[in-house]
Write a protein that binds this ligand. Sequence first.
Ligand SMILES: Nc1ncnc2c1ncn2[C@@H]1O[C@H](COP(=O)(O)OP(=O)(O)OP(=O)(O)O)[C@@H](O)[C@H]1O
Length: 244
Amino acid sequence: MNTLLRLENMTYMAQQKTILSIPSFSIKQGEIIGIMGPNGAGKSTLLKLLSLLDSPSEGQIFLKEKPLSEQKITIDLRRKFAIALQQSLLLNTSVYQNVALGLKIRKLAKPIINDKVEYWLDKFNISHLAKKHAFHLSGGEAQRVNLARAMVLEPEVLFLDEPFSALDFPTKVQLLKELKEILNSTRTTTVFVSHDLLEVKYLTDRLSILMNGKIQQTGTTSEVIEKPNETTASFINQWKEFIH
Ligand SMILES: Nc1ncnc2c1ncn2[C@@H]1O[C@H](COP(=O)(O)OP(=O)(O)OP(=O)(O)O)[C@@H](O)[C@H]1O
């Protein structure tokens, strides 16, 4: 698999503190990679850097092996990415308009917008909610809208920051199943930040464990879970004990 995004010698400082220090990290085209770690490890900060919402203090980000300092970080570049967060942050309008907004901003023709929105509403099983006001949805419905709003943009990379953590177990399981099918069929490169090893195990191909601002282990998800190293063992084993 080709490398799509890569970080090299990256540090991120805030208030004279090193929040992240990552010599090397890459995301392969078409994979679903998980980033897990304890609270405050730097997961959301890493996601912001990878999605170009923030810039590293030092180091470089490469997109398809081109350093991004050479390409200006333009709106076009940012538009290759879509992000879905834990709080769906839907706008004060209908479900349909929430999903259509990103395409309207991109100035696509109305019939094309309509086709794409209908397609993604259907994919996430929310066509029946199209006219409903986004503020009147259940948590599970809102997260479906949030994911449809991201996928309608047909992103090169989808960034997910704890999208399931506020959902009850059956809702989470159902949505995880559907999302996995969608991501596999579209082969969307996905970076998935989560606290939950069950979610990560189910959804991701590879897994990186971030602790104290450093990536302590990366491998296939089953490898990291089955064979944690000296540093990650306490974190992973705690989860394994809890699951069994
Ligand atoms: N702009 C900033 N200024 C100061 N400290 C920051 C800033 N951004 C992040 N931090 C600190 O960096 C650390 C990592 O934060 P981050 O939110 O990335 O962690 P996280 O792994 O996503 O945590 P959680 O699992 O709790 O969401 C935290 O200690 C946080 O307080």
